[in-house]
Design a protein around this ligand. Sequence first.
Ligand code: GDP
Length: 303
Amino acid sequence: HEQTGRAVERTRRGFFGRLGALFERPDFDDTLWDELEEILIGADTGLETASTVLDRVRQRVKKEGVKQSARVRELLREELIAILREPGETPPAWARGDVAPPLVILVVGVNGAGKTTTIAKMAHAFKRDGATVILGAADTFRAAATDQLKVWGERVGVRVVAHQPGADPGAVAFDTLAAAESSKADIVIIDTAGRLHTKSNLMEELKKVDRVIKRKDPSAPHETLLVLDATTGQNGLLQARTFTGAVGVTGIVLAKLDGTAKGGIAFAIAHELGLPVRFIGTGERMDDLAPFDPVEFVDSLLA
Ligand code: GDP
């Protein structure tokens, strides 16, 4: 909880903090709605998501004949939580316990979003929970990406399967799964390329990696996580659509949430992409990853 609180500190101070003043007066008038909209859009929820939330709140205010601003605040809290719950509350594959190991997680996203760091953080968290983890360095396009993953692998203490630069990413994925099978590892996490300048090639490459994984295990990947850089706000949504169109993304990791006042993007992800946020990045260190919890998130913003 403390981690979420710290991660949304900028968003809270920058935008949601202003709610305090709005709700300080016991009653309210119609200007409240414009001010609320401004606050939500400022935090990068996007116009569509902000309107949806506020329409729902306003309807309930009308229906209940609400006069007290404290009640409006409660309704706003409920509707913000409801938006985050829209994608449904199916737990992630690693929390369900219905997957025969190895559980395969494919990780996609543009370069710089925080993919490699996120993979290291996840590996660290799973390992801490007692799982054996193997990483696959399937971004063979950038030699630096493989090197970086190896460095993290050493730091975290997990094995990294890698090939030469320029090798077939599908082959890396295949070998990583094979290594996981023979060593009876619990979890496989596969890093992928994220170069945007050759977008169509990249999407074909990701589809191929996905196919290779499915050929080995038709039920895999059990999760395909898209890492988004929270500091890019609404631009991240556009990027996300490119990826969700190519591979079946099952969830989002919102990296660098600690570095932005635009944390409202989490609401747009839920409402416009219909995808659950699985984790939030709360800093640059191994431990700076927190599971995403809608109630905790909203309560930290409104604190
Ligand atoms: P990749 O190219 O997508 O693999 O991105 P990296 O994992 O190399 O991360 C890019 C930069 O973002 C690095 O400097 C990371 O330390 C930093 N970074 C990643 N996640 C977070 C986070 O949650 N918070 C902060 N503050 N920085 C992060």
